[in-house]
Design a protein around this ligand. Sequence first.
Ligand code: T4K
Length: 389
Amino acid sequence: MQNILKNGTSKVTAGLKPFDKPIYITRPLLPNLKEVTEKLEEVWASGWLTNNGPQHMALEKALQSKLGVPYLSLFNNGTIGLIVACQCLRLSGEVITTPFTFPATPHVLAWNNIKPIFCDIDPITMNIDASKIESLITPQTTAILAVHVFGTPCDTMGIHNIADRYGLRVIYDAAHAFAVEVDGIGIGNFGDISMMSFHATKVFHTAEGGALVFKDANLKDRIDFLKNFGIKNEEEVVMPGINGKMNEIQAILGLVNLNYIDEEIKKRKSLVAAYQHFLKDVDGITFLTTPPSAKSNYQYFVIRVDSRVFGCSRDFIYEKFKEYNIFTRKYFFPLCSDYPCYRHITSAAPSNLPVANKVARDVLCMPLYGDLTINDIERICNILKAFRQ
Ligand code: T4K
C-alpha cells in the first residue's frame, strides 16, 4: 500500500512502482513501416516530392470522404492553415476568440494584424461561451474564431446565431476534432472554414500537417492560391500568398495512417471507458465527457481536480506523476490571455475571464494513445488515487 505523508512525500511500495518506460500524454500512431516504404518507393519512382503531387491529391480526396466535407485543402501544418483562413476571409480589426487554447489560435490573429478579443468559456465544455460573445462585439469585429477544445463541439447554434445577426464570419479551430461528428454531421461542415491539425500528437497525423475544410466552392481556388505564394500559373501571381503546401512524404504518411485510424479510435475509446470506470467514485476528480449528440475521436482524456475535495492540487498531481514516469500535461495553462503579448488587452484581464481562469487551474490531460493497455490505465488511476491526502 502507498503511504502518503502529510508533507507530500510518498513511500512507494511494490504495488505502485514507477513505470519502466516514460508514459507520455500521447505517442504518435506509427503504421506498419513496410506499407510506408512501399508508398515511398512510389514517390521515388515518380520523382515528384511536393507541389500538389499525386499522393497529395489522393489524400485530399480520401479525407474529403472520411470527414464528410465538400471541400478540403491540405497544409504543411495547421497553424499556416489558420493564417491562410483569416487571409482568405479578409479578416481585419478584431476577432473574438477563446483564451483556453494552444498559442497558435490567438497567434494567427496577431500574424494577420488582428486584435484578439478574449471571451470567457463554458464551465462544462470548456469552449467559448456563446452567451458572452455579443457584449464583446464592436464596429471593428469581423469574425469569431472558436475552438472545439479537446474535440468537444462548440455551441455552433449559439455562435452562428450571433454571427448571422452581426454579419460576422466564423472560423473553427478544429485542431483536436478530426472525424468528430455532431448529430451525424462532420464537424467540418460548421462555420465558414474549419482547420484540422495533423501534427504527430493528433489522433490522425502526417507528422506535421493540417487541412482547411469548407463548404463554399468559391473558397477553394483562393485558399489554394494563398498556400502556394498566390501563383495562378507560370506567368500570373494573383495575391500575396505564403508557402503552406503539404509535401508528398507527409501525404503518404496520412494515406497509410488512414488505414489504421478507425482501429486507433476504437482502442482509445476502450481506454477512455477504463479511465471512467477506475475514476468514477473518486471524490474531487471529474472528467470531460462527450455530449450525447457528438461522436468523439478520443483525442484527449481530461480530468478536473477539485483540490479541496481531492486533498491535493492539480499541480501537485502533475509533479508527483513524474516520479512514476508519467508525464501528463496542463493543457491549457497558462491561458493565452496571460501571455505577455496579450495581457495588456482589456478583455484579457482575469476579472473578465473567471471561468477560464478556474478551468486552467483545474484541468489535467492524462496519457491516452492506442499502445496503452487497460492495465496501464488501471495502474495510472491507482497511482492517482494514492495521491489523495
Ligand atoms: N490549435 C490548437 C487548439 C492546437 O492544439 C494546435 C496544436 C494548433 C492549433 C496548431 O496546429 P499545428 O500547427 O501544430 O498543426 C503539441 C503539438 O505540437 C501541437 O500540435 C498541439 N496543438 C498541442 C496541443 O500539442 P506540445 O508543445 O505540447 O508538444 P510536445 O512536443 O511537448 O509533445 C507532447 C508529447 O507528445 C511529448 O511529451 C511526447 C509526445 N510526442 C511528441 C512528438 C512531437 C511523441 O511521442 N512523439 C513526437 O513526435 O504541442
